[in-house]
Design a protein around this ligand. Structure first.
Ligand SMILES: Nc1ncnc2c1ncn2[C@@H]1O[C@H](COP(=O)(O)OP(=O)(O)OP(=O)(O)O)[C@@H](O)[C@H]1O
Length: 255
């Protein structure tokens, strides 16, 4: 379980996120949307221990993020793929475990690449893979690490819409099988709704949690969900909250 108590992050005089109280259950898929610059990445980095909170406390299964990271319990996937260009897809998947002094299992790594649709590309280097394939390798790498918590920051941000949809379906399916705890930041409201058990909407200046939507969609979720009325209604609800926040912020800055 991820537990944030009163978390505030300040850079010099600027408060990026303020007073965040949040509890994420084990095995829950939580997405985070909000206007650009509202602190989504800062929040995710703080959960992952890459950013120290100025005030408040983060606990991951009762431990500090640093302790969770040391135990290889946190996996990160970022927008820009962070694969090592000189290593093959397979080596990229196994090297984090080696770095964490844990035995890499080549058979498992191959199976993961296969489950991510990358059979036949095990020996390809990142430059030989498409953007979507690289992100699949990055996801396989985080899974191979064995982390129970996956922190994903716009992992599909640079991909075209159809590839995003496809990867969204795959990630949700993978989550259903593996039941990791996932925190997933995105700019895309449809993506946030499709993936989530719970979608958090953040608001700007300072970044804070504005609303949380429990997403009620069938599982397993396939691409047909995108056309369903339930999906479209929930997307509209989240959008409305985002628009209300924008308008309130615009009024506040006019005053
Ligand atoms: N290391 C830092 N030093 C100073 N200011 C920072 C730092 N990191 C983030 N900020 C500021 O904190 C605010 C929140 O940034 P953050 O990247 O968390 O927002 P975001 O919601 O993820 O943005 P986007 O959606 O555009 O990626 C921004 O105003 C940003 O300029």
């Amino acid at each position: 379980m991820i537990d944030l108590e009163n978390v505030t992050v300040t850079f010099d005089e600027f408060t990026a996120v303020a007073d965040i109280d949040l509890r994420i259950d084990e095995g829950e898929f939580v997405t985070v949307v909000g206007p650009s610059g509202c602190g989504k990445t800062t929040l995710l980095r703080t959960i992952g221990g890459l950013q120290e909170p100025t005030a408040g406390r983060v606990r991951i299964d009762g431990r500090s993020p640093a302790a969770a990271q040391a135990a290889a319990d946190l996996g990160f996937v970022f927008q820009r793929h962070t694969l090592l260009p000189w290593k093959t897809a397979l080596e990229n998947v196994t090297f984090l475990r080696k770095l964490a002094d844990q035995p890499a299992n080549e058979g498992d790594a191959r199976a993961l690449l296969r489950s991510m649709g990358l059979e036949g590309f095990e020996d390809a280097r990142p430059a030989e893979l498409s953007g979507g394939m690289r992100q699949r390798v990055a996801i396989a790498r985080a899974l191979h690490l064995g982390a129970d918590v996956l922190l994903m920051d716009e992992p599909f941000g640079e991909l075209d819409e159809i590839t995003r949809d496809e990867l969204g379906v795959e990630i949700r399916d993978l989550w259903r099988r593996e039941r990791k705890t996932v925190v997933f930041v995105t700019h895309s409201v449809p993506e946030a709704v499709f993936l989530a058990d719970r979608c958090l909407v953040m608001r700007d200046r300072p970044g804070r949690l504005e609303a949380a939507f429990e997403i009620d969609l069938p599982d397993p979720r396939d691409a047909s969900v995108f056309g369903s009325r339930a999906f479209q209604e929930q997307v509209a609800q989240v959008r409305e909250t985002l628009h209300e926040s924008y308008e309130a912020d615009a009024r506040a800055s006019d005053d």
